[in-house]
Ligand binder design. Sequence first.
Ligand SMILES: [Zn+2]
Ligand SMILES: [Zn+2]
Length: 337
Amino acid sequence: MRKDRRSSSARRGWQGCLLVVGLLGLAAASLWLLWHFRDRLIPGPPPLAGKLLHIHAIDVGQGDSYLIVTPEKKTILIDAGPAEAGSKVVAFLRQQGIAELDLVIATHPHADHIGGMGYVLESFKVKNFLDSGQEHTTLTYRRMLEAVKKHVGRLTLAQAGQKFNLDNGITLSVLGPRQPWLQNVSGSDLNANSVVVRLDYGQFSMLLTGDAEDETEDRLLTDGAPLQVTVLKVAHHGSRHSTRERFLRAATPSVAIISCGATNRYGHPAQATLDRLRRLDVALYRTDLHGDITLTTNGQEYRITPTRQVAASELWRGRQPDTANDSGDEMPRRRAG
Ligand SMILES: [Zn+2]
Ligand SMILES: [Zn+2]
């Protein structure tokens, strides 16, 4: 009898232990599941209501390409990436259901901005083409001019002060370049005279700076250009030669987007530029890490949807140039790219 009692209490002890181990295991598994699927379990903000403006930073590798689609489907393409990204840009536009482009802007004639332009001009009806007006000696530039002549017919020169009224009160204002063009700058004159535009929709605004140089930023500040914005398309792929402190103090963006390639020999984005942006406490997005990035706004609030999530440790890490010339310039004193 005593033996039975002993064995049954031992059994109960074992059962208790197993229960505790089981419960602990269950708790650990639940915690793991909660952590693993936290993004799906924690509901994100509700979708935006109202008339929506979409801005897409297309991942074109080392280069720039931005697509703007207004609520009434007005379409603007700013740069078309390098030649090897031309088919990607065309496919991206088709995915968005785009059949024609109201305005195409070539910020400046470097190949990482206009290389894909020929594909775009052959694939879509383009109503207006805005160019920096700067001439370049390359075959890429000559081919773009030929394609504009053949497919668009005419080319409009960008000049600070031009304003495009889109729909729902949305405006696209040209802030640069202006005459006389910047010359003999410390970097590239072609970069320095990039077309700089400002997009406004209600309380939302965005500045797209092409490959602006330090001198471009100084001129915009001297000109008293409206620089304060919600979102900054960081100049020149995050190069250390622009996006200076004084310019950032005027722009005070909440969000910064950098277009650059996952493999680029220029060392874009530079750690110094990332550090300057980080001190501003901006939300940073990079096409080399996030892939295609879509920004949606109703003129009051905005949402940003990247293709991939990126850890903060990776996000704020700059790249190193492959050569001593971190500007990537092929010719002396000229910074290309
Ligand atoms: Zn560039
Ligand atoms: Zn450039």
